[in-house]
Design a protein around this ligand. Structure first.
Ligand SMILES: [Zn+2]
Length: 438
């Protein structure tokens, strides 16, 4: 497994604008943050500058915009800035503000994308956390919102948006990547139907609201400062909002969100359902203790530790450990291995990459023994100095050696590995690992 790394901002950057609800000037400044920090808002205008975690547990209200808070401190309208962070691939950052909400800009996420690009992003030394959708999750609201999350290898959002009486029904669907988001989604602006905002305008609840930062639909007329940026701009903005609201789960998703008439309330409900399913799955992977001593492990013990299965389990048994830094495994290469059929017909040779995989599996067993628990997964990050010296044939017994040569913090480790057949080294390499809780 190769891991996608967490990212933060390369440096700080900021901009100023108007707050939607109060109409006052607000300055936003983005700061880099360490691994596993997540996204946090910091209220620079309050005593002690409290921070609020961008987490669904801190969700307060979902009326028209998403508000989060801790104690008495609130941050309003977080969805657009969180959407930009999530889609542009920033996992860890601090969003400093001198007001209770970010500047509204033009009602889209484009200003946030711009400031993120100004800061730049930087990879960090830990893998990203993902929620892999395993079974469909579905939420439905009385107001007609429907959201379904299905398994997918990538993160996709598909959305059908419809206004009152199904006016302006639009559909938009895309696999979310930074480039696509910046071009096709971030510029889509907030829109409101006049009949829905008239009461708020009467109550003076949207002081900063104007045609500068929202499209107003009155009857069949579209009122805005500049013309529509996309024919389906409303559906695109709904996708923008979904990405921002779902970002509150704190991990990335591999899955496909299909939304019909979504809103902040339904989005938040889906986020809560995701967190619930995620907790259920992680509760299932109970940490196992490692057999003590330097003795070997049989195939059942190996399979308790490694998630790999036939045909990708490349270790038959562990022969033994030497102290805390060395481990030897064994694999009998039989002619029945599925890869021999195609590698190569008439001249079967074990692929070199599978020998590297065997080394990675033995090394990760060693590393997990060191960590004294199998509740963490070692992700194979890179391989250096890999050399294939001799071919491996059916009938050979592979002895796989791994020696820990460097462990930086408890996150990163390097192992020098080799495969030996008949006392001759057939392949070798230095493998780098990082660890993640299951
Ligand atoms: Zn929005």
């Amino acid at each position: 497994m190769t891991a996608e790394l967490q990212h933060t901002l390369a440096k700080s950057a900021g901009f100023s604008g108007t707050s939607l609800h109060t109409g006052e000037k607000v300055t936003l400044k983005l700061q880099p943050a360490p691994v596993d920090h997540g996204i946090k808002f910091k209220r620079k205008d309050l005593a002690d500058e409290p921070t609020i975690d961008a987490n669904i547990a801190n969700l307060k209200t979902v009326e028209r915009a998403t508000t989060i808070g801790e104690g008495a401190v609130r941050v309003h309208t977080v969805e657009h800035v969180l959407s930009a962070f999530s889609a542009m691939g920033v996992d860890n950052a601090i969003i400093e503000m001198d007001a209770n909400e970010p500047p509204i800009g033009d009602g889209s996420a484009a200003p946030y994308v711009e400031v993120i690009k100004k800061a730049g992003t930087a990879a960090q030394e830990a893998p990203r956390r993902f929620f892999d959708v395993r079974e469909p999750i579905h939420v439905e609201s009385k107001s007609g919102s429907l959201l379904v999350l299905l398994p997918d290898e990538k993160f996709r959002v598909s959305c059908t948006q419809a206004g009152p009486n199904n006016r302006f029904t639009q559909f938009f669907s895309a696999e979310i990547s930074p480039a696509l988001y910046e071009r096709e989604i971030a510029p889509a602006r907030t829109f409101v139907f006049y009949e829905e905002v008239a009461p708020l305008m009467d109550k003076n609840l949207i002081k900063g609201g104007s045609l500068e930062n929202a499209i107003v639909v009155r009857g069949d007329a579209v009122l805005s400062k500049e013309p529509l940026r996309f024919a389906d701009e409303f559906a695109r903005h709904k996708v923008l909002d979904i990405i921002g609201d779902i970002a509150l789960i704190g991990t990335r998703i591999r899955g496909h969100i299909i939304a019909v008439k979504p809103g902040h309330a339904a989005n938040a409900e889906l986020a809560r359902a995701i967190v619930k399913q995620h907790a259920k799955i992680t509760a299932l992977s109970v940490p196992r203790t490692f057999p003590p001593g330097e003795g070997g492990l049989d195939i059942n013990q190996v399979m308790e530790i490694l998630p790999h299965r036939f045909p990708f389990l490349m270790v038959d048994r562990i022969l033994g450990f030497e102290g805390e830094t060395k481990c030897t495994g064994m694999k009998t290469v039989t002619v029945n291995e599925p890869y021999f059929a195609g590698h190569f017909p008439g001249h079967p040779v074990m692929p070199g990459v599978l020998q590297v995989e065997a080394m990675a599996q033995v090394a990760s067993i060693l590393l997990m023994k060191l960590a004294k628990s199998a509740s963490r997964i070692g992700y194979f990050m890179s391989a250096d100095e890999v050399k294939f010296r001799k071919p491996v044939f059916p009938g050979d017994t592979l002895f796989i050696h791994a020696e820990l040569i460097k462990a930086r913090s408890n996150r990163l480790a390097k192992a020098r590995c080799s495969c030996v057949v008949n006392d001759a080294v057939v392949s070798e390499g230095d493998l780098m690992f990082t660890f993640l809780d299951k």
